[in-house]
Design a protein around this ligand. Structure first.
Ligand code: FES
Length: 147
């Protein structure tokens, strides 16, 4: 049994400790805002915060999550009060939307460290892939959220 905290609630998973965190969140906890894209750490659709750091949850096992604090997209913006989410809505940032929850997670981690990010800072922090190519308006909107 693996125990840790998800969105400020204690959770216990009776799954194989080698199970990727992504699948526990989606299948056992029904936190489906965390998306499956590639499963090999490339796309970033599966990003969550672990102890405040943006991490690709397909690369983290349940065993490695023991005792840590995990925050999913539902934990940071379920009520649409998150500044990044508000800026993304105001600026019509998403296109298909599939990558957006992971990008919101990464942007929140960035703004916690840097409240005045440059384009270069954003490019370095937002390594998520977006097939729609929203990167220019994404950068502008993250700067707006930082204000
Ligand atoms: Fe985890 Fe793509 S699904 S990085």
């Amino acid at each position: 049994m693996t125990k840790f905290t998800v969105n400020d609630r204690p959770v216990e998973y009776k799954m194989d400790p080698q199970t990727p965190l992504l699948w526990a969140l989606r299948d056992a906890s029904n936190l489906t805002g965390t998306k499956y894209g590639c499963g090999v750490g490339d796309c970033g659709a599966c990003m969550v915060l672990i102890d405040g750091e943006a991490i690709r949850s397909c690369l983290v096992t349940l065993g490695e999550s023991e005792g840590r604090f995990v925050t999913t997209i539902e934990g940071i913006s379920n009520d649409r009060s998150n500044p990044v989410q508000q800026a993304f809505v105001a600026d019509n940032v998403p296109q298909c939307g599939y990558c957006i929850s992971g990008i919101i997670i990464a942007a929140n981690a960035l703004l916690k460290q840097n409240n005045n990010p440059s384009d270069e800072d954003i490019n370095a922090a937002i390594t998520n892939l977006c097939r729609c190519g929203i990167y220019p308006r994404l950068r502008d909107s993250i700067k707006r959220a930082a204000r």
